[in-house]
Write a protein that binds this ligand. Structure first.
Ligand SMILES: *[C@@H]1O[C@H](CO)[C@@H](O)[C@H](O)[C@H]1NC(C)=O
Length: 175
């Protein structure tokens, strides 16, 4: 019994070491395919994307800056954006009528990306505060203010789509 446990432990350590070493490979091999998959799930899980705009400015300048950044900074930026998106989708979704299976698949893919990105490069010394502030505002001015109603979630879905599409642009460099 005891040896069983220590073997399991050694295997787990080896596996986790490997996933650290290979995760940048992982991005190269899976990123393109997964990103087109989550974008289509996001489209398919509900009806048309709302015409209304969220009352928060999209961080266009941050993206402009990150377009010319080093690969590692781009990975960190992507990591943080995906993390913030998964955090938003943690909110109360009772009033949402999206296809549950598609929504769960969508969130699982995001989660998987985050798991692979977060340890791929060393974390930033100076975390991107503006990005965090933007997501905080989105949470406050949309989800909380509108009481997590269906329209609030449609605005979040629209904004999320915009980020994921924008993140796709520097996919070319990752390859
Ligand atoms: C990814 O984001 C998480 C959550 O903010 C953070 O803890 C982690 O250090 C980040 N990793 C990288 C490589 O930036």
């Amino acid at each position: 019994m005891y040896t069983m446990q220590s073997w399991t432990c050694i295997c787990l350590i080896i596996c986790s070491m490997q996933s650290v070493c290979h995760c940048c490979d992982w991005i190269q091999h899976h990123y393109g395919h997964l990103s087109s998959e989550y974008l289509s799930l996001l489209d398919q899980m509900g009806g048309d994307i709302t015409e209304q705009d969220a009352p928060v400015f999209f961080p266009t300048s941050l993206y402009r800056h990150i377009d010319d950044a080093e690969f590692e900074d781009q990975v960190r930026f992507r990591n943080e954006t995906i993390y913030q998106i998964t955090k938003l989708f943690d909110g109360n979704m009772k009033s949402v009528t999206w296809d549950k299976k598609k929504r769960d698949d969508f969130l699982n893919i995001l989660e998987r990306q985050f798991e692979n990105l977060k340890s791929c490069v060393s974390p930033a010394k100076k975390p991107e505060r503006r990005l965090k502030r933007y997501f905080k505002e989105l949470n406050r001015k949309v989800l909380r203010k509108m009481n997590y109603n269906a329209q609030a979630w449609e605005l979040i879905r629209k904004e999320t789509k915009r980020h994921l599409q924008r993140l796709d642009i520097f996919k070319a460099k990752i390859h």
